[in-house]
Design a protein around this ligand. Structure first.
Ligand SMILES: NC(=O)CC[C@H](N)C(=O)O
Length: 222
């Protein structure tokens, strides 16, 4: 099971994401954004959190134009797995791989704290290690986490069971309390909270472990 983690200038959760994958049993390659092709043996690509390109022009907007991102789009079009966390989720929406847009938090402040999430679906290889309706605690750290979709798209995401997580106590104004969504083929997950920051008792919680483990287990079993 091979995972790749893309590194942009300003990424700051790339090592944490690599460690989370490694602990779940994956071999990890770090991939600098100037590479034009992802290695073709990757099972999953992780787009980490951080402040890619200093968050100019919008969070994730410049990273979405990086050379490696074209290869990431092709990887997802081929049905490859991908996860985008926080700034990574912003990159995935900027590329159009996932729907919606991440706007400035409703209170205009950077919010950094652990938060409770409800698992909305387990019909996804990232989420099958949880129970539907389970409440998990995962840290958030963002200023642009206000997930916006049209009413029409929200209805579609609900109909298709593509809302991965909702906030119990919406911190940022996100439409429908949405904290994370999955792609139509259920192989791409984007989320604002940081599961890679809760994979060790020393992090103060381990609710992220099941996500990395269930994904690795599904790929290995396939
Ligand atoms: N932790 C992160 O990835 C932060 C993403 C982005 N820089 C924001 O503040 O919204």
């Amino acid at each position: 099971m091979k995972a790749g983690v893309i590194v942009f200038p300003g990424s700051n959760c790339d090592r944490d994401l690599a460690v989370a994958f490694e602990r779940a049993g994956a071999q990890v390659k770090m991939i600098w954004h100037k590479e034009t092709e992802l290695p073709d043996d990757l099972d999953i690509v992780g787009v980490p959190g951080g402040f890619s390109f200093g968050d100019y022009l919008r969070c994730g907007a410049i990273a979405a134009q990086s050379p490696i991102t074209r290869s990431l789009i092709k990887h997802t079009e081929r049905g490859g797995y991908a996860i985008g966390i926080c700034n990574g989720f912003q990159v995935l929406t900027e590329t159009g791989i996932l729907p919606g847009a991440l706007m400035r938090n409703a209170n205009l402040k950077f919010i950094c704290k652990p938060i409770d999430l409800k698992v909305e679906t387990t019909d996804c290889d990232f989420l099958s290690g949880y129970e539907k309706g389970q409440v998990i605690t995962v840290p958030i750290a963002h200023h642009d986490g206000n997930y916006n979709v049209t009413d029409e798209k929200l209805a579609q995401l609900r109909d298709e069971g593509r809302i991965a997580f909702t906030y119990l106590d919406n911190p940022n104004g996100s439409t429908g309390d949405i904290a994370g969504v999955i792609s139509k083929n259920r192989r791409v997950l984007g989320m604002m909270p940081h599961p890679e920051r809760c994979v060790d008792e020393k992090h103060g919680g381990t609710d992220g472990v099941a996500m990395f483990r269930s994904l690795v287990d599904s790929v290995v079993a396939a």
